[in-house]
Each structure stands twice: as structure tokens, then as C-alpha cells.
Write a protein that binds this ligand. Structure first.
Ligand code: C5P
Length: 220
């Protein structure tokens, strides 16, 4: 097989995108942030006043919408059509609504198709919730990244401070737990560890340590 696929799944704020990006860079693979795609369509639906549980309307919107990534330092940019929404999709209003949109079957079908097309183009590191179970079920490497809710809230809190987002730590903890609950209990492609995924608990690890651990798994 010429294209290698690495799937990294796990709950909210477990550090998936940070380490996935670094692993992709080390291997010179493409990195695909599937959460950004669900966030992008959520942002656009909110801007257009579309009900976030109206699957048909969301799919219609999605069909007229391109979601694209542009490499940039320090982080890749996310575009919806020609609009740079990199910052906008990380705002709390989007974060707290994205699980509703991501539970819609038509939306998932369309985004999974786009994700598989991106993967067809070359070797890839893809992160999300259903990559190992649904998007890339034949991925060579599957990692399930977890950390305690307390630790994840703390990491998000520190990230938010840099971005100027001001949400209290205990609120973040509740929001993260609620998003996990919604993502894990939805009917279609819920967040669940794939049978052949390797569990990595990052609660007491730093970013470098997690990247090193994943590289060891890959090189085995
Ligand atoms: O990874 P991130 O936190 O940016 O994902 C935002 C949301 O998008 C998740 O909480 C989940 O509802 C949805 N998502 C998903 N499937 C994926 C990636 C993200 O349902 N593969």
C-alpha cells in the first residue's frame, strides 16, 4: 500500500490536534483536522440562521460550501469558501454548538466523504472522533488519546488565555464533559475507541512525551 494512514481519535481537548500536527510534520504527511470541518459548517449555519438540528438544511448549505485548509505558521488556516474562519471556529459559541451539528447523519455522510477524498491524495495523519471506526477503518495506526477531564479543562484554560478567551476553569470542565457526553451518546458514529486502536493516556504527559510515544508506536 502506497499511502499510510494514521488515525488519532479521542475526547475533547485531549491534545489530538497538537500532537497530530507534530507527528504529520515529522513524517512529512498531510494533516487533516476533521473537527475543524464540523466547526466550520457549524459556524456557517449559525451565521445563516439555520437550525443546528435541521439535517436537510445543513446538508444543502454544506453542498454550496467549500471547506479548505491552508498551511501556515504557527497553525494552518481554515477557510469556508474565501473566508478565513481560523479564529472564529474556536470561539465558545461554536464549540458549544458543534456537537448538535455533528450528530446529524447527512452532515456526517458528506463530511466523511470529503475526509476520505483528502486521505486518498496521500499519506495522512487525521484526527477526530470516528476516524479509526468510520472514516479510515483500515488505517495502519490507530491511536485513542485520552486524559482526565480536569487535565483537559486546564489545558484548554491555558490555550484560551493565549487567545484572549475568558471562561472559568470549572465552566470549561462542565462544557468539556457535556461535549464528551453528546459525542459519545449520539446514534451515528459515536466517539468510541476502535477495537484495534492503542490507548494513550496523556494525563501526566507533556506534548513532547506524547509525540515520542506515538512515534514509538508507529515505528514498531
Ligand atoms: O476536535 P474538535 O474538538 O475540534 O471537534 C469539534 C466537534 O466536532 C466534536 O466535539 C464533535 O462533536 C465533532 N467531531 C465529530 N467527528 C469528528 C471530529 C469532530 O463528530 N471526526
Amino acid at each position: 500500500k502506497e499511502h499510510i494512514q494514521i488515525a488519532i481519535d479521542g475526547p475533547a481537548s485531549a491534545g489530538k490536534s497538537t500532537v497530530a500536527k507534530l507527528v504529520a510534520k515529522k513524517l512529512n504527511y498531510v494533516y487533516c483536522d476533521t473537527g475543524a470541518m464540523y466547526r466550520a459548517i457549524t459556524f456557517e449555519a449559525m451565521a445563516k440562521n439555520i437550525s443546528l438540528d435541521d439535517d436537510n438544511e445543513l446538508v444543502n448549505l454544506l453542498k454550496k460550501t467549500t471547506i479548505s485548509f491552508k498551511p501556515a505558521v504557527p497553525e494552518q488556516l481554515v477557510f469556508i469558501n474565501d473566508q478565513d474562519i481560523t479564529q472564529a471556529i474556536r470561539q465558545p459559541e461554536v464549540t458549544n454548538n458543534v456537537s448538535t451539528v455533528a450528530a446529524q447523519g447527512g452532515v456526517r455522510q458528506e463530511l466523511v466523504k470529503r475526509q476520505q477524498e483528502i486521505a486518498d491524495a496521500g499519506s495522512i495523519v487525521m484526527d477526530g472522533r470516528d476516524i479509526g471506526t468510520t472514516v479510515l477503518p483500515n488505517a495502519e495506526i490507530k491511536i485513542f488519546l485520552v486524559a482526565s477531564v480536569k487535565e483537559r479543562a486546564l489545558r484548554r484554560f491555558k490555550e484560551n488565555q493565549i487567545k484572549g478567551i475568558d471562561t472559568a476553569l470549572d465552566i470549561l470542565e462542565l462544557e468539556i464533559a457535556e461535549r464528551d457526553r453528546k459525542d459519545s451518546t449520539r446514534e451515528i458514529s459515536p466517539l468510541v475507541q476502535a477495537k484495534d486502536a492503542i490507548l494513550v493516556d496523556t494525563t501526566s504527559m507533556n506534548i513532547e512525551g506524547v509525540v515520542q510515544k506515538i512515534m514509538e508506536i508507529i515505528n514498531k
